[in-house]
Design a protein around this ligand. Structure first.
Ligand code: FES
Length: 207
């Protein structure tokens, strides 16, 4: 893997860090889905759950919601993206997300996401879009293969512009990078684990 470190030092630009694979940017909109689910803006800022509509997402698309003032990426992964996740475990710092990190942002995936895909439904990935090194916003690099600042066998994922950390399509950090840990997975639940159309960030399904 390459250790290329881009010169762009823009930091904490995550509020605008959203995009769509293939080009056109799209900012997601959190929408209410029930009368009982309508927290105030003040409540959201204090940590209230945030709802997100998955129904319009295209395969390969990334959108961004905001939860507790932080960007949360939602990615609808294609079968090809999922297949890439099986090919590079040996190149990852923590492929099974076993590290017992602590902190307020749930750096470890919740129980239901302790799997190869780091997600409840493998098609839909939900990540906190903040680099675990110094808090920059990694940029979307879904195109595979050789390209500037990335290794020739790049499997798709994210590149942090600040110091060159790279993350795969499950948010797992590659070895020998400044970022110590995988991208965080926030607590969340789906309306239907098999065929989800709605996501609530900040709540988990009770066992
Ligand atoms: S903040 Fe991401 S690599 Fe340093």
């Amino acid at each position: 893997m390459s250790n290329g470190q881009p010169a762009d030092n823009s930091r904490r630009n995550w509020v605008i860090a959203t995009g769509v694979a293939g080009g056109a940017a799209a900012v997601a909109t959190a929408i209410p889905f029930a009368d009982t689910f309508n927290p105030s803006e003040e409540a959201k800022a204090a940590g209230a759950p945030v709802e997100f509509d998955l129904s319009g997402m295209r395969p390969g698309e990334q959108r961004t919601a905001v939860w507790r003032g932080k960007p949360v990426w939602i990615v609808r992964r294609t079968p090809e993206m999922l297949a890439e996740l099986e090919k590079h475990d040996s190149e990852l710092a923590d492929p099974d997300s076993k590290r017992n990190t602590s902190g307020p942002d749930a750096l470890n995936p919740p129980f239901a996401c302790k799997n190869q895909w780091r997600s409840v439904n493998k098609e839909y990935l939900v990540l906190i879009g903040i680099c675990t090194h110094l808090g920059c916003s990694p940029g979307q690099k879904f195109m595979t293969g050789p390209q500037p600042s990335l290794p020739s066998d790049w499997p798709g994922g994210w590149l942090c512009p600040c110091h060159g950390s790279t993350f795969d399509l499950a948010g797992r950090v590659f070895k020998n990078k400044p970022a110590p840990d995988n991208l965080g997975v926030p607590p969340y639940k789906l309306d239907n684990d098999e065929h989800p159309t709605r996501l609530v960030i900040g709540e988990v399904t009770k066992a």
